[in-house]
Structures are given as structure tokens and as C-alpha cells.
Design a protein around this ligand. Structure first.
Ligand SMILES: [Zn+2]
Length: 95
């Protein structure tokens, strides 16, 4: 017999599953791990821009979905690109 608490937790999980939220989170895979042919290049402005917000800040791992290894590579690539003025350090605020 399940305890009241366990039943409640199971019900909550089921509800999450129904909304597809749980599934979405579980299937989140790093793009660079999934496609081995993709390379992180500091000269590739278009790819790196996807990992920055509109203010020019680097998007955190929990949002970008990249794994630790690739997030580190993205971060250094962005910083390298900034130094070469390929990417901005800070974009102009929208007013
Ligand atoms: Zn990865």
C-alpha cells in the first residue's frame, strides 16, 4: 500500500507527463553532442549568437541545453570572438 505522500507524488508526475513537460525536459540533449559534425568556432558568428541573448550576454547552460563540456567551449569561443570584435561585449539597450 502506498503512503498518501507517495500517491500524491505519483499523481503529480502523471499530470506533468500528460502536459508533456516531463518528457520535454528528459529529451533535452546537447546539440553538439547529438551532431558530432558540428564544430564550435570562434569565427562562426551565427552559431555563437544563438547562445547569447539580445543584450549580448551568454545564455546559461540550464537554458541553452548544452552539456558542461560544450557550454565551456561555447563560452570561450564567445569570449574569443568578443576580443576580435566579431561579437559585442554588451549590446545597446533597447529604449
Ligand atoms: Zn555536448
Amino acid at each position: 500500500m502506498l503512503s498518501k505522500k507517495a500517491r500524491k507524488a505519483r499523481k503529480a508526475k502523471k499530470e506533468l507527463d500528460a502536459k508533456g513537460k516531463l518528457d520535454r525536459k528528459m529529451t533535452k540533449v546537447c546539440r553538439f553532442c547529438e551532431h558530432k559534425e558540428l564544430r564550435i568556432d570562434y569565427k562562426d558568428e551565427r552559431t555563437l549568437k544563438r547562445y547569447m541573448n539580445e543584450r549580448g550576454k551568454i545564455i546559461p547552460r540550464r537554458m541553452s541545453g548544452a552539456c558542461a563540456r560544450h557550454q565551456r567551449a561555447i563560452t570561450s569561443a564567445i569570449k574569443r570572438a568578443r576580443h576580435l570584435a566579431i561579437l559585442p561585449y554588451a549590446a545597446e539597450a533597447f529604449r
